[in-house]
Design a protein around this ligand. Structure first.
Ligand code: HDD
Length: 717
């Protein structure tokens, strides 16, 4: 009964999410809450007893004897269980996904470059499925580890599936896909002991990183705050590789894809990320679910950078090199549409685990470039799906297109489709299943003249590995640089082979003298006397996270803790909750125990009281974006004697979170918690201001959303 009620609510809330894809999958959904059949085997017979194996009962007094292999019902159950696991993804094993839609903006002018209707037709809503992931760890690893995040989008367009398989970082470790197995072996847990999990902080990774100087630019990104996002909803996405657009006139240009999050780009602090990995390893997974379930649908703008064919060689880097960005001051962004995620999956395995992306899935108007990383990817993804899911993986509900599929590909393990025809080849005497001319939508590759000789090499510009690493470094704000220095130092401290940490810290002098010197000091590397190369101080846009603060900061979907103890001003707490709710933030009452906490004048015997969602130990400050302490003399006295409550606020301060206190609670902050740098508002006001934000009874401002980019005070952690 209760589950059917919950189900109805979910469907109503997500009514808007009925995209063509969601409808397409509906016949495959079974709903046990609406069951009128009862329990059956997989071959459909009704089961009488699922709890007792068929046994030999010798006589009434001695109880049952041997179990019989004959029990086909018991055997089927065990067989099915024994084979539940499939190989996890060889990289990006840990992830989560959601459904949504994409809609092109009007009048973007993008049809000048591409005939892809998904991008040009603003009247269309294209269903999407997005899977976010980490790279290094296995399926059960923690969400908040330092790592690149995968950002893979499947567009179910009317012209077929387009998979944009990107990351939250715009460049990659290597330039040529032939090195991918070596790179992945080096980054993954070491072969002799399978350590470490969810980390690059080990000898083999940094050994490879040093020996392959092409990784340098990527290293600066993954040691920055980008590699510890606050939420999947607060990260950029990048197609990384260079693709091509083809327009109706048959003209080609080069393109890079970008996702810009509506909420801005925000990160955790490293100490926070470490703690959350233990306190709640599913932090990002739950965050996405919480936002979507509460109707705070995450949203991104899709933007493209375009380089016309005639300008391919006009840059001092090779535009087909995946270790290089196209600096925004040289190649501007064109915003082409928005993506909204508005529906969680019904079941994780058939949707999120079985979704399978392929960079080779593109639609008319989009093409590949000669980027050697992309070319290798185009082979690798299809191939890996065969070992993960079998050759008919494209027939699985989550993977099949929403447009018609018709061809003579046949058979193979687990074929689902039944084709009614005497013909299974082309051409055939009945002219069944004809190709579509280009003018009517048939996919045609760009006609390109090719001459050359076979060789294994990279272009000269591919040999330059440090310019953009330095550009990235110079473009960070001072505090972001400090964070990156700490990150390099943490990682290299975990390498115990001096050959590794000494050579790698010396390499950093190619990027920046100060970076190299500070890291070397921290990790015991050779202290450089000068920079290995001149740093002219060039900077570019789109690097520092400070640039991604939304014009109108919002607390929509932010988690706000309200600390309470007996004697709290309960009316004020209710008012706070209502105010935050109307701003679409979630509030959580944290008290001395989960259960009833009584406000001033409330008693256990009356049916009043506030329900604390967690006790101080149950959810730490790390789980929240801001904390507010309401008024109430007795409650403040109790909090003042509670070491855990005091630590709660001090830790929030150390992680640069907005902290608010009202009335008597100001005394708690001032005299007991003793936070430095706080301007206490006049006693008549209900606001407390710290350098990280303003909290009032109706509003939390997260210091212009730059709140994580000031240096936290380590002494409070
Ligand atoms: Fe990859 C998975 C992103 C280079 C081979 N990759 C995978 C996923 C993402 C990326 C987001 C997870 C997809 C999902 O959620 O199912 N990969 C990238 C990016 C790259 C990149 C942005 C650089 C531009 N990858 C890359 C190379 C190769 C691969 C060079 C091989 C030559 N990637 C794979 C794979 C995976 C994969 C082994 C594992 C699971 C899967 O494909 O479906 O084939």
């Amino acid at each position: 009964m209760s589950s059917s009620v919950a189900r109805t609510v979910k469907d109503t809330v997500l009514g808007l999410a009925d995209t063509k894809k969601v409808k397409d999958m509906r016949p495959d959904i079974v709903d046990p809450s609406k069951d009128d059949v009862g329990m059956t085997t997989d071959f459909g017979i009704k089961i009488e007893d699922p709890e007792n194996w068929l046994r030999v009962v010798r006589d009434a007094g001695r109880g049952p004897g041997p179990a019989l292999l004959e029990d086909h019902i018991g055997r089927e159950k065990i067989h099915r269980f024994d084979h539940e696991r499939i190989p996890e993804r060889v990289v990006h094993a840990r992830g989560t996904g959601a459904h949504g839609y994409f809609q092109a903006f009007e009048n973007t002018g993008i049809e000048k470059y591409t005939l892809a209707k998904v991008l040009t037709d603003s009247s269309r809503t294209t269903p999407v499925f997005v899977r976010f992931s980490t790279v290094q760890g296995s399926r059960g690893s923690a969400d908040t580890v330092r790592d690149v995040r995968g950002f893979a989008t499947k567009f179910y367009t009317d012209e077929g599936n387009w998979d944009l398989v990107g990351n939250n970082i715009p460049v990659f470790f290597i330039q040529d896909g032939i090195q991918f197995p070596d790179f992945v072996h080096a980054v993954k847990p070491e072969p002799h002991n399978e350590v470490p999990q969810g980390q690059t902080a080990h000898n083999n990774f940094w050994d490879f990183a040093f020996l392959q100087s092409q990784t340098t630019h990527m290293l600066t990104w993954i040691m920055s705050d980008r590699a510890i996002p606050r939420s999947y909803r607060m990260m950029q996405g990048f197609g990384v590789n260079t693709y091509t657009f083809l327009n109706a006139a048959g003209e080609r240009c080069f393109v890079k894809f970008h996702w810009l999050p509506e909420l801005g780009v925000h990160s955790l602090m490293w100490d926070e990320a470490l703690k959350i990995a233990g306190q709640d390893p599913d932090f990002h997974r739950k965050d996405l679910e919480e936002a979507i379930t509460n109707g705070a649908y995450p949203q991104w703008t899709l933007a493209v950078q375009i380089i016309e064919e005639r300008n391919e060689h006009a840059f001092d880097f090779d535009i087909l090199d995946a270790t290089k960005t196209w600096p925004e001051h040289q190649v501007p962004m064109i915003r082409v549409g928005k993506m909204v995620l508005n529906r969680m999956v019904d079941e994780f395995f058939p949707e999120t685990e079985q979704v399978a992306f392929c960079t080779s899935h593109i639609v008319p108007g989009i093409g590949f470039s000669d980027d050697p990383l992309l070319q290798a990817r185009n082979f690798s993804y299809f191939d890996t799906q065969i070992s993960r899911l079998g050759i008919n993986w494209e027939e699985l509900p989550i993977n099949r297109p929403v447009c018609p599929v018709m061809n003579f590909n046949r058979d193979g393990g687990m074929r689902h489709k039944i084709t009614r025809s005497t013909i299974n080849y082309h051409p055939n005497r009945f002219e069944q299943v004809q190709p579509t001319p280009k003018a009517q939508g048939g996919y045609a590759s760009h006609r390109t003249v090719m001459t050359g000789h076979k060789d294994r090499l990279r272009s000269e510009k591919f040999q330059e590995h440090y310019n953009q690493a330095q550009l990235f470094w110079n473009s960070l704000s001072p505090i972001e640089k400090q964070h990156a220095i700490s990150a390099f130092s943490f990682e290299l401290s975990h390498c115990d082979d001096p050959l590794v940490y000494e050579s790698m810290s010396a390499r950093l002098a190619e990027i920046d003298f100060d970076l190299a010197r500070q890291v070397a000091l921290n990790v015991g590397g050779p202290i450089p006397e000068r920079a290995a190369r001149v740093n002219a101080g060039n900077t570019t846009r789109g690097i520092s996270q400070l640039e991604f603060i939304p014009a109108e900061p919002t607390i929509k979907s932010r988690r706000i803790a309200i600390l309470i103890a007996d004697g709290v001003d309960a009316t004020q707490v209710e008012a706070l909750r209502a105010a935050f709710k109307s701003a679409m933030a979630t509030t959580w009452l944290i008290g001395p125990r989960r259960g009833k906490v009584y406000g001033a004048g409330q008693t256990a015997s009356s049916s009043t009281g506030l329900w604390a969602d967690h006790h101080f130990e149950g959810q730490r400050s790390t789980m929240f974006d801001a904390v507010i302490i309401p008024d109430g003399q007795a409650h403040v006295n109790l909090l003042s004697k509670n070491g855990r409550a005091i630590h709660w606020v001090r830790e929030a301060f150390g992680h640069c979170k907005a902290i608010g206190a009202i009335g008597d609670a100001v005394r708690f902050l001032e005299n007991v918690v003793q936070l430095p740098g706080i301007t206490y508002a006049p006693s008549t006001s209900d606001a407390v201001v710290n350098s990280y934000g303003v909290v009032t009874t109706s509003k939390v401002t997260l210091a212009g959303e730059a709140w994580k980019l000031v240096k936290g005070d380590d002494t409070f952690l």
